[in-house]
Ligand binder design. Structure first.
Ligand code: DC
Length: 231
């Protein structure tokens, strides 16, 4: 069967299951899956490792001077078949998920030069289609021409529980209250920043997965693709 290789853009709030949906769709369609948030997290990790943040304030000038030294790429894990993010030659897939990184990533993502660098790389990765990318500005900025745009949301307490469980499974000590504070703060920053804020574009389809299982969420989107004859 010959498929048209389309671009699927998935945007939405923190911890609402965007990456899970993107991963499931990519697996089903045999597409590339890119979690663009992991790229912002990688630059945040670089910022922390180079001590470019003091008292919660990023040393923007030094970070910008170092931007050209930041090399981000993806490598497919042969066992799990999932993409691993590589920062300057090192696999940082687990390190980018710590609360320390989550605490600063929205601040790093506000910096226009950081966004410019990553948008350029994301467009390069997706130029041939056959890609599912999730993030905050994929439908609006990275791939405004994508054939399918989804805006995912879920009830805040459901999102907190999902993230809490996820962090616990990685043995990360954190309270539900802390998780909630981080999600609420990030959503606020991501939605109100000057450069490419998170927003639902007019042509994006809203998916509220509060009451949906992982399989149900995937089926909703696969049915959409079928009914719209996208591939
Ligand atoms: O998807 P995530 O929670 O791992 O993303 C981490 C942060 O990165 C998020 O709070 C905002 C930022 N981000 C962004 O600004 N634009 C994107 N396309 C993806 C993520």
């Amino acid at each position: 069967m010959s498929y048209k290789k389309i671009k699927i853009a998935i945007d939405g709030y923190s911890s609402c299951g965007k990456s899970t949906l993107a991963k499931d769709l990519a697996k089903h369609l045999n597409y590339l899956f890119v979690d663009s948030g992991s790229m912002y997290r990688a630059i945040s990790l670089f910022t922390l490792n180079r001590n470019l943040i003091k008292n919660n304030k990023i040393n923007k000038e030094s970070l910008l001077k170092s931007l050209h030294n930041i090399n981000i790429s993806f490598k497919i894990d042969t066992k799990t078949k999932s993409p691993q993010i590589i920062l300057n030659g090192k696999n940082v897939n687990d390190e980018i998920r710590t609360p320390k990184v989550a605490d600063i990533v929205s601040k790093v993502a506000e910096i226009p030069e950081v966004r410019k660098k990553l948008v350029k790389e994301q467009r390069k990765i997706g130029k041939n289609g056959g890609i599912v990318m999730d993030g905050r500005d994929i439908g609006s900025i990275v791939f405004p021409d994508s054939e399918l745009k989804l805006f995912v949301t879920a009830d805040i307490d459901v999102r907190v529980n999902r993230r809490f469980k996820d962090l616990k499974s990685k043995n990360i000590e954190i309270s539900k209250k802390e998780v909630k504070m981080n999600l609420v703060e990030r959503d606020l920053r991501d939605s109100n920043r000057k450069t490419s804020p998170l927003k639902q574009t007019k042509d994006a389809i809203l998916i509220d997965n509060t009451l949906l299982s992982r399989k149900e969420q995937l089926d909703v989107v696969l049915n959409l693709i079928k009914s719209k004859k996208l591939i």
